[in-house]
Write a protein that binds this ligand. Sequence first.
Ligand SMILES: [Fe+2]
Ligand SMILES: [Fe+2]
Length: 185
Amino acid sequence: MPIVIGAKRESDFTDPIGMLGDCHRRIERFLNTLWTVATGAKGGPLTNEQQAALATSLRYFRDAAPKHTADEEESLFPRLCRLDRPDLQPLLAKIDSLQQDHECAERSHREVDHLGQLWLANGRLSPQDAERLTNVLTQLAELYRHHIAMEDTEVFPFAANALASSDRETIGAEMAARRGVGSAT
Ligand SMILES: [Fe+2]
Ligand SMILES: [Fe+2]
């Protein structure tokens, strides 16, 4: 595991629920970077630093963030749904709305990626496209604020308590496989 000085030690595949929370911090950070570039340069010429930040953040949402969605939709949520506990109904309804958020976020990210790539390729954006980019990023920030809070404060703590350790191990192994690495379990 890489050592990050001055930062909280990141979870590994032996703590998949902790890893999902760590992913949220990266989503927030890269979204904030996109916002900073979009509102700082406003569709005009980008500095080298802004160009690199934009390209890295777009790549994160194109390549890495979909794996987080798959971790939840293919590994975590189905196992919670299978718990078959009567007290789970309210949580299952929330999981349903979280999955709808994923679809909505995916559409917005496709648009952000398109506009961001256009900006990188042409060196500037039209005023309409620049405004649209800022609007979509604002919508995404709002969506993630609710979405991440619900997962961090309700779904993940429940999962950490309710899932059997064998389930958590399997989720960790599936997350590792999704990233093409062997898990420690
Ligand atoms: Fe999610
Ligand atoms: Fe999430």
